[in-house]
Ligand binder design. Sequence first.
Ligand code: HEM
Length: 404
Amino acid sequence: MTTAPTAPTAPVLPLPARHSGSCPFGPPPAYAEAAATGPVTRAELPDGDLCWLVTGFAEVRTVLSDRRFSADIRHPAFPLLVAGARELITDNPDFLRLDDPEHARQRRMITGEFLVKRVETLRPEIQRIVDEALDRMTAGRTTADLVTDFALPVPSLVICLLLGVPYEDHDRFQSLSRTMLSRESTVEQLREAQEGVLEYLRDLTERKRAQPEDDVLSRLAARDDLTPDDVAATGVLLLVAGHETTANMIALSTALLLEHPEQIPGLADPATLPGAVEELLRLLTIVHTGLPRVALEDVELGGVTVRAGEGVMAMLSTANRDEAVFGGAGRRATDELDLGRDARRHVAFGFGVHQCLGQPLARAELQIALETLFRRLPGLRPAGEREFRTESFIYGMRSLPVTW
Ligand code: HEM
């Protein structure tokens, strides 16, 4: 990108901002500092290109829902958070990084698999997976790492079951997806991980085509309006999005609730549990680095003109802390946990046509996992040094030692 965005005086923030020893549950404070200077400010991508940092609630929703902003990663000015990563962009991106009508065509093929109605029928199965994970975690032990023993296996088992991916392979695809999501990966490592996981999904799709089973990949593989590459790309998207996100939400939510034990009873009542999970999604907003888009036309946004061909990063975390939207009399400040808050308007799942397809599933998993964990282990407490995953584009935890 060559055009220089034209905001008058705001400082230019290098992206992605770093965590700097501040509250470990929040995004890097630099985003909130930028938000304090205005809803749309300047930022610099690792390649040295300038882009716009969009932090206001209304402006973030505009970027994500206005067709003048494109999610097509093949656009030459699409903002990328890894230097040199443009050479990894293929002609065949997954539909997260395509615009309509192609995005809608591909998304429609799996929408039915993740609708609220369908996910409701999966609740008993999710409950079984959660209970069995807790049985294994507690059998003959009094300490565990909540990340590896609970937060990761639960969503991983669920998405493997739905997609028809053998769970025995989880070590392989989890380490590849970690590399894909880490900003510390080199372009070469990213290329290898991307190719490795695509190859894995291509092989699996071939097998599903030959021997179909009752799962999402088999149904996709059987379609003649999708190429094998389309199916593999969708498979990777679902596999990565389906467990890394929810796993980190379970781990972070648990760690945060252990710091606010007085709020844990909010999970026990079926009437308040869904609202409590929305508040955790709002406050933790694990996609810390924001959602990338590129302007296709000139757009007036938050007092500046975003020119056609300029990149923008829509910052969900600052939008989700807007006092005017989520604050109010009797409520805690929006950078604090308040399970009684009405957080339903949060944008932690994005907004507009790309809004998270898996959100009914993520909600069901979070509700069941957190309610069951604190009900079955009322004495749950920290048992050592916890580690956060600050290098990942999806914020989360590497370890959370606990006892009960
Ligand atoms: C707490 C867990 C989750 C969070 C916070 C989350 C967040 C998001 C966000 C912010 C987006 C929008 C990206 C954009 O507009 O650029 C998104 C899209 C998506 N998510 Fe999730 N997600 C979660 C769980 C899941 C799960 C469990 C699945 C698996 C089925 C999933 C599948 C997808 C897909 C397929 C898209 C692309 C939708 C599209 O482009 O039309 N997500 N997610």
